[in-house]
Design a binder for this molecule. Structure first.
Ligand code: UGA
Length: 443
């Protein structure tokens, strides 16, 4: 059992802290927001994440999980401080390290005994070297501090499972001392540990995320070609997936990837390459394809309709993927403003993302159009002339093809997630446009 402090209680920090406590460590999670800390102390999670609250409550009750704003007290007791604060994207595509720098300074000023600082946040290659120097420059007491890289591979919506049952744990260290501390922290997890140097660990994170983003953009690129030549991307993906070298994951073509990771991490790696005078063409293409992909359905719909002005448009799904209330880089955010500009009367449904979306687009008039939020997808569909599907929530997948025909004024559906079979939609009298699949005419 080790004394561990975790800085930041976002997706990465909170899930890390809770899972460390679940594996027997004594964990204190630090956040600057007093209100948020109070809520978390009561076992309430500030984020929507399957299984997280149960584990929070369980470990708070057993006395292994604590929350505080008093960072100095938490850091001075810790044998390891995990930093999981955000590294948002700056305008030029580089990662903004100001939150890490703030925490690093606080850690340096608080430490009273030897401590390993572990960077969980995704940071550009070489950043851990700089953080180590920065902390040592600001140290108040004569203690040993090293920085280790320990990228996380959790996906939103399955963050707890991804952490407790990860495929691998990557640790990047520069000394036996650091490697041993981090290995012993992770031993109770019983997961293979890949131990490499710090810069390699940092690169493993980017290379993994960007490879997944590239895989999606590749499938979207092929999907667009499928449409032109009359092939079906879902069957193409199926046919590819039997090859172990390709695998069956992340082959779903759609309306493009979003979220807090792939868009940011592709830009950051491309920026890093540029800084080093290298043209990272694969990732540049990945980004370009994704940007265009998000508007593919809007463009298709625009060609199809005389106008959006005054037309009821059902928007089903707002979050960047199901299982989360996160809207970052969601395709909905690229499309809704364009629909509003064109005068659409939008009825939006999302099982959990509506409140967050309202912060960008409050209910009412915007540009030429209007947006109304509904808590039932069928209300959005009633008398609508067009429907866009942006997220494959179970509640949306549960709508049968016949309901579109029954409820809509004209059953015209643009599906960014390939939820339905093209034939079943046609058989039910729905004009159905999806991604990378043939258009089957209604009977
Ligand atoms: C991603 C990675 O999957 C995690 O391994 C990583 O740890 C995380 O980023 C991170 O760096 O923090 P996440 O962004 O939560 O996780 O979500 P994903 O499930 O990977 O989905 C990302 C986007 O890709 C979504 O918009 C999703 O709809 C899209 N996607 C995914 C597709 O369009 N097609 C697919 O086949 C799979």
């Amino acid at each position: 059992m080790k004394n561990i402090a975790v800085a930041g209680t976002g997706y990465v920090g909170l899930v890390t802290g809770v899972c460390m406590a679940e594996n027997g460590h004594n964990v204190t999670c630090v956040d600057i927001d007093e209100q948020k800390v109070q809520t978390m102390r009561a076992g309430i999670s500030p984020i929507f994440e399957a299984g997280l609250e149960e584990l929070m409550k369980k470990n708070i009750e057993s006395g292994k999980l604590h929350f505080t704003t008093e960072f100095a007290a938490a850091y001075k007791e810790a044998e390891a401080v995990f930093i999981g604060v955000g590294t948002p994207e700056k305008k030029d595509g580089s990662a903004d390290l100001k939150y890490i720098a703030t925490v690093a300074k606080q850690v340096a000023e608080s430490l009273e005994k030897d401590c390993l600082v572990v960077i969980k946040s995704t940071v550009p290659v070489g950043t851990n070297d700089k953080i180590e120097k920065f902390i040592n420059d600001f140290l108040v007491n004569d203690v040993r501090v090293e920085v280790a890289s320990n990228p996380e591979f959790l996906a939103q919506g399955s963050a707890v499972k991804d952490t407790l049952e990860a495929d691998r744990i990557v640790i990047g260290t520069e000394s036996k001392w650091a490697e041993e501390i981090l290995t012993s922290v992770y031993k109770p997890f019983g997961i293979p540990i890949v131990s490499v140097n710090r810069r390699t660990a940092e690169m493993i994170k980017y290379a993994s995320n960007d490879f997944l983003a590239l895989k999606i953009s590749y499938m979207n690129d092929i999907a667009n070609l499928c449409e032109l030549v009359g092939a079906d991307i879902q069957d193409v993906a199926k046919g590819m997936s039997y090859d172990d070298r390709i695998g069956d994951k992340f082959l779903n073509a759609g309306i493009g990837y979003g979220g807090s990771c792939f868009p940011k991490d592709t830009s950051a790696l491309e920026f890093l390459a540029r800084q080093h005078g290298y043209d990272l063409r694969t990732i540049k293409a990945t980004i370009d394809i994704n940007t265009e992909q998000k508007l593919k359905l809007f463009e298709k719909a625009r060609q199809q309709l005389i106008t959006f002005n005054g037309i009821k448009v059902a928007v089903l799904g707002l979050t960047f993927k199901p299982g989360t209330d996160d809207l970052r880089e969601a395709p909905s955010l690229a499309n809704v403003p364009l629909l509003l500009e064109q005068g659409a009367d939008i009825y939006a449904y999302d099982p959990v993302g509506g409140d967050n979306f309202k912060e960008f687009y409050p209910e009412g008039n915007h540009s030429q159009g209007e947006i109304t939020y509904v808590d039932n997808p069928e209300t959005a569909l009633e008398e609508a002339s067009v429907c866009f599907i942006f997220t494959e929530w179970g509640e949306i997948k549960a709508i049968t093809p016949k309901r579109y025909k029954d409820l809509m004024r004209s059953p015209l559906v643009f599906d960014g997630r390939n939820i339905y079979g093209v034939q079943e939609m046609a058989d039910n009298g729905v004009e159905y446009h999806s991604i990378g699949r043939p258009l089957v005419k209604n009977k």
